[in-house]
Design a protein around this ligand. Structure first.
Ligand code: PMP
Length: 393
């Protein structure tokens, strides 16, 4: 029998730890366990009615044929207008994730390096690896506000560096770069014209302090910046799979060449829905942000009341990223992953270890869940840690 062997470039890649834990929690629930899963980055709100209605109408109107590879003219025009660019600088993709994949496949050759501050969203490193590049991970702990400094960036750049991947507001830390911080990084990048910037702004509308778009603070870098955005988080449309990239036309064209050979373009009906989301009533963004802000404050307070846990206040997105190193040490755990596995077994609470985001000793807890689940999760975690730390001290 012929054994299957993986391609070298995907030998280290698995289904993300977030998905694995989510599936494990779901399996335990099916088996009758009372599990609170706080693992996924998915708003618990429904997709707005007018958006669903627009999809229905699009399907009835026969918008069911292959879409243009780079996106429908209407949606590209709306995104271009919102970003102050031409449609040639816009590509619509199957979820924001595909912007990243298209860009890396379109630009990386073996040996090319991609700098990413840690903690980073789990898929960043894997997408770079799949495209044959090398992730260069720069740890940025809570003492740095989970943000990259100009000095650390300068020290990491080599002639092989092709991209800097930034994510503000950040998944998982919630950190938001200020205009001054972006300018500091831009000054370094001005000296290294071979380095492009991928600015992932998908949590733009979930900011609890003023959000600064990268190109607004660093306009001089616009001709080498790719902005990533989409409807998944802001409009509760994760299942519709619509994202977009905004960047220089030559890059967009190359990304379109990749996309044309992989998906032929994003779902036509979902694009009509995304257009309705972008052009319809925006009041829901404020309403939902207010709900998330209240949840954030409850989570931060609840976590800081637990033994061995220190939780900084996130400025954006819908995650908290507490430091668990004291709980790990005093509880006799070998790692963040071991603590999280124990928490699931012992307390029926699923959270994702920091190692999945390149910064061990922490965990990511999503608060895009109903209040009742959050409170239940906090209570259980608190009780379990109190018992464990009291016993082992
Ligand atoms: N970027 C970040 C930072 C994310 O958190 C996510 C989703 N978890 C994505 C991109 C991908 O979004 P989408 O679901 O639209 O592919």
């Amino acid at each position: 029998m012929t054994r299957f062997t993986r391609a070298t470039r995907i030998s280290a890649i698995e289904i993300s730890e977030i998905m694995q834990l989510t599936e494990k929690a779901a399996g335990l629930k099916v088996a009758g366990r009372d599990v609170v899963a706080l693992t996924t980055g998915e708003p618990d709100f429904p997709t707005p009615d007018h958006v669903v209605e627009a999809a229905h109408q699009a399907a009835l109107a026969g918008k069911t044929k292959y879409p243009a590879t780079l996106g429908t003219a209407e949606l590209r025009a709306a995104i271009a207008a919102a970003n102050g660019v031409t449609a040639a600088e816009v590509i619509v993709t199957t979820g924001a994730k595909q912007v990243l994949a298209n860009a890396m496949l379109a630009s990386l050759d073996p040996g090319h390096e991609v700098i990413m501050p840690a903690p980073f969203w789990t898929s960043y490193a894997d997408i770079v690896l799949m495209a044959g590049g090398t992730p260069v991970i720069l740890p940025c702990g809570a003492d740095l506000g989970f943000k990259l400094s100009p000095e650390a960036l300068e020290a990491a750049i080599t002639p092989q560096t092709r991209w800097l991947m930034l994510n503000s507001p950040s998944n998982p830390s919630g950190a938001i770069y200020s205009a001054a911080e972006i300018k500091g990084l831009a000054e370094v990048l001005a000296r290294h014209p071979q380095v492009w910037v991928l600015s992932d702004e998908i949590y733009e509308h979930l900011s609890y302090v003023p959000f600064v778009p990268f190109t607004m603070a660093a306009p001089a870098l616009k001709d080498r910046t790719l902005v990533v955005n989409g409807v998944s988080k802001s409009y509760a449309m994760t299942g519709w799979r619509i994202g977009w990239g905004v960047g220089p036309a030559e890059l967009i064209k190359a990304m379109g060449a990749v996309q044309g050979q992989i998906t032929s373009g994003a779902c036509s009906i979902a694009q009509a829905a995304a257009l309705a989301a972008l052009t319809g009533d925006q009041a829901l963004l404020d309403e939902r942000r207010a709900v998330m802000l209240a949840r954030r404050d409850r989570m931060v307070a609840g976590l800081n009341a637990m033994p061995g846990v220190t939780c900084p206040v996130p400025d954006g997105a819908f995650y908290v990223f507490p430091d668990l190193s004291e709980a790990i040490e005093k509880g006799g755990f070998a790692s963040d992953a071991e603590l999280c596995a124990w928490l699931l077994d012992e307390a029926g609470v699923a959270i994702v270890p920091g190692r999945a985001f390149g910064l061990p000793g922490h965990a990511r807890i999503s608060f895009a869940y109903a209040e009742t689940d959050l409170i239940k999760g906090l209570r259980r975690m608190h009780a379990a840690l109190e018992t464990r730390l009291a016993v082992t001290l």
